[in-house]
Write a protein that binds this ligand. Structure first.
Ligand SMILES: NC(=O)c1ccc[n+]([C@@H]2O[C@H](COP(=O)([O-])OP(=O)(O)OC[C@H]3O[C@@H](n4cnc5c(N)ncnc54)[C@H](OP(=O)(O)O)[C@@H]3O)[C@@H](O)[C@H]2O)c1
Length: 258
């Protein structure tokens, strides 16, 4: 049986936005390892997306990469149509694509604010709304309610819970996404469970961030920053766990937000 051989997502399909690299890639790999077929999307990172697709295929997944700008309705519609026609349907949607920027509050422009909200808050709303028609089951299928559930997993942030003074637009957009998570959980039940993973400091091995990462590790109760695989494990939990868990924001931060 698929559920007993370590592949709880065998036969399931997933779309992960902005997953050519970094945390999105880690989530895609975790879902593929669990047996899912995976469509990743990219905007500028075409080369990395092709590499990730090759690595997903090495894990035995049916995998493809599709271009998508999550701020653009036509682009989102075209991506989901292509994903659903390649994968058959969509069981799991991970709204991962986002932007991050450091700007002093008094220097923050309206353009920066609007662009942040367009990708980080409006994007997940748009992709989710357009994905619903590929996620909802036909009424005749299947008889057991707990098998009906699709999953939407939003990538939130500790910054959507704690105010970071030089990230007003980023933090506010992630707080909006956390509320959208709860709202969608209520609106889309019982067909779809909706949850969010809110990472704290994740060390992605960037040399430019090394000093900052060391400082953050000292402030973190677990005395270190997180790994991409730990964030992906939380995503996998929501993808495979009980559908009775919905509307939750799971912080993955080593206790930094406490
Ligand atoms: N890294 C962290 O420590 C951390 C901490 C807290 C929360 N998070 C959240 O976790 C998620 C993943 O983090 P990350 O650091 O891996 O993200 P990231 O590298 O900042 O962004 C992921 C991808 O989003 C895509 N993207 C940006 N704007 C887009 C748009 N308008 N349309 C489509 N795609 C777009 C980019 O794709 P292309 O490269 O293809 O252009 C990018 O590679 C994000 O939601 C982030 O906010 C991360």
């Amino acid at each position: 049986m698929a559920k007993q051989d370590g592949q709880p997502l065998r036969g399931k399909t997933a779309v992960i936005t902005g997953a050519a690299k970094r945390l999105g890639r880690a989530s895609a790999m975790a879902l593929a390892q669990a047996g899912a077929d995976v469509a990743i999307t990219y905007r500028h990172s075409g080369r990395e997306a092709r590499q990730t697709v090759a690595e997903l295929a090495d894990l035995g997944a049916r995998a493809l990469a599709l271009p998508c700008d999550v701020t653009d309705e036509a682009s989102v519609r075209a991506m989901l149509k292509d994903a659903a026609s390649a994968l058959g349907r969509i069981d799991i949607l991970i709204n991962n694509a986002a932007n991050y920027e450091t700007v002093e509050l008094d220097k923050l422009t309206l353009r920066q604010w609007d662009q942040m909200f367009a990708s980080n808050a409006r994007g997940p709303f748009l992709v989710s709304r357009e994905a619903l028609k590929y996620m909802r089951r036909r009424k005749t299928l299947p008889p057991r309610l707990h098998e009906l559930s699709g999953r939407i997993i939003n990538m939130g942030s500790l910054g959507g819970i704690r105010p970071w003074a030089t990230h007003a637009h980023y933090c506010s957009s992630k707080a909006a996404l956390h509320m959208l998570t709860k709202l969608m959980a209520k609106a889309l039940a019982p067909e779809i469970a909706v949850n969010a993973v809110a990472p704290g400091m994740v060390d992605l091995g960037e040399r430019a961030a090394a000093a900052f990462m060391r400082r953050m590790a000292r402030q973190t109760p677990m005395h270190r920053n997180g790994y991409a695989e730990e964030v992906a494990a939380a995503v996998l939990f929501f993808a495979t766990g009980p559908s009775f868990i919905t509307g939750q924001i799971l912080t993955v931060d080593g206790g930094l937000g406490l």
